[in-house]
Design a protein around this ligand. Sequence first.
Ligand code: ZN
Length: 165
Amino acid sequence: MEVLCHPNPVLKQHAAEIDVSTDADLRSLVRTMAEAMYEHAGVGLAAPQIGVAKRVIVFDVDERLSALCNPVIVERSGETLVDEEGCLSVPGISVPIERSEWVVCNGVTLDGKEVTLRADDFLARVLQHEIDHLDGVLILDRLQLDDRKEAVKAYNALMEAERTD
Ligand SMILES: [Zn+2]
């Protein structure tokens, strides 16, 4: 199962909100996303990463698969933490990213139920990362200019090496 990689233009799009009650493809979309996430040993995946510009994310940080539609961060801590982050769409790269320590996130489940999720630590980081994807934001975009240049250079070198392999 292919996960789109930077610089695929779908990854830069602002994904569209979905209507959970009428979206007939939602369950199969989520199944495909979960398969791709597990196949690539990821902890989260956003629909644009498999080429679908819809506001749907899946994640599994505690051996439980969750899916959330139209997720919105409604509250976040002022305190932030910096930690290394990777991304299935920027393979081979790991960069320090500053994120809020905790977030409160609203969203809709596959059953159409509105939920509020309070997440700390790693789950908070994963949610912020995946919701960034829905706004066309990658970890590379979160770096300061010099760090970004360096990361892009390393990434391009990796991609080049893969092509010539
Ligand atoms: Zn990612």
